[in-house]
Ligand binder design. Structure first.
Ligand code: SF4
Length: 272
């Protein structure tokens, strides 16, 4: 389900200078914009940099700083730093309840370590008056669908919010079971709401384009508002249902079908 093992573009770490520039621009124009520290990379590989970036973003007035992690490196010191960083939301991708199902989907990980890490994060947050919302994500697939109910019951009892979603094809790279007739096509939610900035500043036209094969510019050189504007013509095609005028990638892709994730919050959750 993850394109990372096949990804050909160079891997790297976004420098603080690029994040500082992006954060200042976004804070000046639209501070409620959701800023996500995720995209074909694991943010907890660089925990100190991540926490510094979160703190800096918060100091500039950004109101929605979101971390998406696999949870494997969420040790106690990292969990404490994250809770104190100003992050508004921490999402942990888990996708399985039993050890066998989890580890078949998340190769190289350890179900028991991740479950213990997330439970400790939840316990540490409970000790505080305030803190980020903590969501556990379950991407429904053929091999794990039978574990969705026990997964939901387990994490709701422990105070996590559930985030349940359909599998993405990542711009047509993977087969998914979704099959909505072309006549019922809707504007792609990814195209309408999202813009990725790769670690090296490149911005792809499509949020599912993990290789950056269709770029619209580089955030080191172009203001973020201009980059967003360059995507406006594609958003118009989606909104006007002129789907046959979209680039070929959009014609082969099924990701417009995935819809929004469903979120289920535990009783009494203060972030509801
Ligand atoms: S429909 Fe187009 S913009 Fe949307 S995810 Fe697929 S390729 Fe990207």
């Amino acid at each position: 389900m993850c394109h990372h093992p096949q990804m050909r573009r160079a891997k790297g770490v976004m420098p603080m200078a690029l994040w500082s520039s992006l954060a200042a621009q976004v804070a000046a124009i639209a501070p409620r914009t959701e800023c996500w520290f995720s995209f074909c990379g694991e943010p907890l590989l660089e925990p100190e940099l991540l926490v510094n970036m979160l703190r800096h973003g918060k100091s500039l007035g950004l109101e929605s700083l979101n971390v998406n992690t696999n949870g494997l490196l969420l040790t106690e010191p990292v969990a404490v730093s994250l809770l104190e960083s100003g992050a508004d939301l921490i999402v942990i991708g888990i996708d399985g309840f039993s050890k066998a199902t989890y580890e078949a989907a998340r190769l190289g990980s350890d179900r028991d370590v991740v479950y213990a890490n997330v439970e400790r994060l939840l316990a540490l947050r409970r000790e505080r008056a305030d803190g980020p919302e903590i969501q556990v994500q379950f991407i429904a697939m053929a091999d794990n669908a039978h574990e969705m109910q026990p997964f939901c019951d387990y994490w709701l009892q422990r105070g996590a919010t559930l985030k349940v979603r359909n599998q993405l094809s990542w711009g047509g790279k993977f087969q998914t079971p979704l099959a909505v007739p072309a006549a019922d096509r809707i504007p792609c939610p990814w195209a309408l709401t999202m813009m990725h900035v790769f670690w090296d500043g490149r911005v792809p036209r499509c949020p599912g384009d993990t290789e950056g094969e269709e770029g619209v510019g580089n955030a080191w050189e172009v203001p973020v508002s201009e980059l967003w504007a360059r995507l406006g013509g594609y958003r118009e095609l989606h909104l006007q249902h002129r789907f046959d005028e979209l680039p070929p990638r959009c014609l082969a892709c099924t990701d417009w079908m995935t819809g929004a994730a469903q979120r289920i919050r535990p009783a009494g959750e203060r972030h509801a």
